[in-house]
Write a protein that binds this ligand. Sequence first.
Ligand SMILES: C[S@@+](CC[C@H](N)C(=O)[O-])C[C@H]1O[C@@H](n2cnc3c(N)ncnc32)[C@H](O)[C@@H]1O
Length: 270
Amino acid sequence: MSLYYLIGLLFGVVNTIRHRVRGYRTPRPFDDSDIDRAIAHDESVVDRWAARGDLSFIGMKILELGPGPDLGTGAIMLRRGAASYAAADLFPLAEAASEEFYARLSEKIGEFDREALSFTLVSFPDLHELSEKFDLVVSNATLEHIADIPSLFVALSHLLADNGIMCHHVDAKTHMRWLRDRDPLNILRYSDTIYDRLLSFPGAPNRLRAGDYVDAAHRAGLDTRIVPGRKLDRSYPHVTARFRNREDLDLLTFTVICSQPSGDPEMKVI
Ligand SMILES: C[S@@+](CC[C@H](N)C(=O)[O-])C[C@H]1O[C@@H](n2cnc3c(N)ncnc32)[C@H](O)[C@@H]1O
């Protein structure tokens, strides 16, 4: 048993107790009061969706899952020509965003209509509170917190308009701060019994790899492709048995692009 195994277990148990007692409260690795950093974060998230998904937001009806503590991404996409923006989350984090945040955001990106940034509390994975169709569904660092991705993709396939697109950026690394750079696949070291009993709480990382998202999207009848992000630059023999021999272990972050079936053969490969 290695040192990282023991450290991850110790940190993980403490983290699990904290989440079970206090609930999900810290969606970002910096404080919400750091407004400049929050705005820069929102801009970089939107830029990444645009680049990885080769997207223009012009005229799009957009749904974002799990926006976190503010709706800045929505304001930025409206400024870039989106027709509408709706956010949906399990937790009401975005409702606490400050007036000062939106005032500073509008100084930075230009005027936008606050009333056009809609927010709905929803149940995952069925999203039964939503009934409209969307041209574009996006998320950043959200899907890895959702336990039942196959059911979520089925629900999203019903919400996607004809020719609709989804662009989900996934951070599949260990989320514990001290470990994420030193031992990014630490969460894969533990057996299902240990992970599910000792290291699980609502919103705990689901441990899915890129290929699992592709399978779930295909089962929901969607075409899909993965745009790779950060890769692990060394082999990693420490994972528990069921992750061994997987070919997608080196992908630490990636973007899942899905669409209604188009017959485009490029969309069917990873
Ligand atoms: C890491 S934050 C990302 C927030 C934002 N997208 C960003 O980039 O800063 C994860 C988001 O997923 C949501 N979330 C966490 N656990 C969830 C769960 N079990 N089911 C649904 N959403 C969850 C949180 O409310 C939060 O909005």
